[in-house]
Design a protein. Structure first.
Lengths: 115, 112
């Protein structure tokens, strides 16, 4: 079975500072990896995904993530955050070759960007 | 194009009652997935349907059931509601089984 651990439940950061949200996964087989963002009172929006190929994945809103198979990590980064990036971020995993509709999510990291 | 629409947006029920939540996928999307998001937690997979057939089921009791209609809309039914069923229920659609998910804004269910 697969599982996802998001190491930080809350991350406060000042505007224009860089940020890294950490995600580790556990699986005995290959996986697909995702990052979703959830704004207050809304559903989830896909930021980026890793299916195969280059381990550095670029997503929307200036976010990127790097897949590290040896460390079973998929950390999300942004070089300079904005107030509008304040939201909750979820890392998710599914089996390689499996449906992207059946995802296992982490517990989320609340990013709070302060002026 | 309209996104995934869910109804109702909010719902209050009493323990022991039954509830039906509805979801309309994005036009052209043939698969619908349902997730439960308890406050402070990540979404947890309940069901996935594709072309009206169940393609996946999460670790939920038999009180939870779902179906997909010929127009690809879907219903999630929960019987004998418990206080612990209070959560945001998210519906998501995808064009095919290897496409990414698009989420609706959810139905907030409160069980008293």
């Amino acid at each position: 079975a697969q599982s996802v651990t998001q190491l930080d439940s809350q991350v406060p950061v000042f505007e224009e500072a860089p940020v890294e949200l950490r995600c580790n996964y556990s699986s005995s087989v290959s996986v697909y990896l995702f990052w979703y963002v959830q704004y207050p009172n809304q559903g989830l929006q896909l930021l980026l995904k890793y299916l195969s190929g280059s381990t550095l994945v670029k997503g929307i809103n200036g976010f990127e993530a790097e897949f590290n198979k040896s460390q079973t990590s998929f950390h999300l980064r942004k070089p300079s955050v904005h107030i509008s990036d304040t939201a909750e971020y979820f890392c998710a995993v599914t089996l390689y070759g499996g449906s992207q509709g059946n995802l296992i999510f982490g517990k989320g990291t609340k990013l709070s960007v302060k002026p | 194009d309209a996104g995934v629409t869910q109804s109702p947006t909010h719902l209050i029920k009493t323990r022991g009652q039954h509830v039906t939540l509805r979801c309309s996928p994005i036009s052209g999307h043939k698969s619908v997935s349902w997730y439960q998001q308890v406050l402070g937690q990540g979404p947890q997979f309940i069901f996935q349907y594709y072309e009206k057939e169940e393609r996946g089921r999460g670790n939920f009791p038999d009180r939870f059931s779902a179906r997909q209609f010929p127009n690809y809309s879907s219903e999630l039914n929960v019987n004998a509601l418990l206080l612990g069923d209070s959560a945001l229920y998210l519906c998501a659609s995808m064009r095919s089984m290897d496409s990414p998910l698009h989420f609706g804004n959810g139905t907030r269910l409160t069980v008293t």
